[in-house]
Design a protein. Sequence first.
Length: 336
Amino acid sequence: MPTWQAAQARIGRITSGLADTTAEASVSVSARPVRSLLTMLGAAIGVAAFAIVTGLASTTRAQVNGRFNSLAATEVVVSDAQPAARSLAFPPDTEQLIDRIHGVLSSGVTFQVPVPSNASITRLPSATARGQANSVQVAAASPGLFPAVQATLTAGRAYSRIADHDRQNVVVLGQGAAEQLGVRDISAQPAVYIDGIPFTVTGILKSVRREASLLQDAIIPEQTALRYWGPPGGGADLIVATRPGSAAVVASQVPAAVLPSDPTRLVVVTSSAPFILQAVINSDISRLLFVAGIIALLIGAAMIASITSHRCLSGSTRSASAAPSVPPGQPSWLNS
């Protein structure tokens, strides 16, 4: 029985304390409604900003992961492990050999053309354009590279298999290369000179999802490059676009399909570097947005503190101005 009475007394004290606290809070809010409203508003803004920043970080991280995963799961890059100037690792019918593999969407060979001259590409013949410098590089590509990198063109079109087979002098300019060379309108089929040889511009690249360096290059047919400048000393790469989930299976079959006599010469490039970059980007995004959330909370706290101090200072000023003044020479106790 005493235990029950003690429990009832404890519950009564707790209830009385909660009631007193609620009453005091109500009196404080009703006495200073503007101050209380601004304090709650500052706290709400700070918490809401932190929640929004946290959600934005998660959304951005998910988008980055999705972008990297979609590219890594549908791309296979094969490189020449033994580059030599005597021969190209990929035969002329590489695209036809790769397209037979189940899961392959498109494929193409690309390499940097070993053009000997310093000003490798100009709008005018070499003798006339002497002294004009640009950073445009010449890349060779088989026709299948354009669908493999999901290229879109601003104007014109990419060259065909016939142009590559017949070793025609045609070129597709990346957007950056076209700007450097001053090529904007190709309706009149303008020409550019590569090592003094005229090439007709058939198209201008607008964007690519893979091999972004192509946007700064002048791209010519693979067989045309081999005709004029021979095999590249730095080797070549094979870009293969696959269906989702087929990249691993395709990667295991490519070397034997392309070079059955020497498959060890070809190496399937791993995608560890993109995943490392993915982790770095995710870490930077999380750190940046976390700092932004902390700053938002600090701004909310500073807003609350500023409002509180301002209201307290205003109340003190009003109290001081309301106090009666003491005439000179009169004791202060007479005013009490």
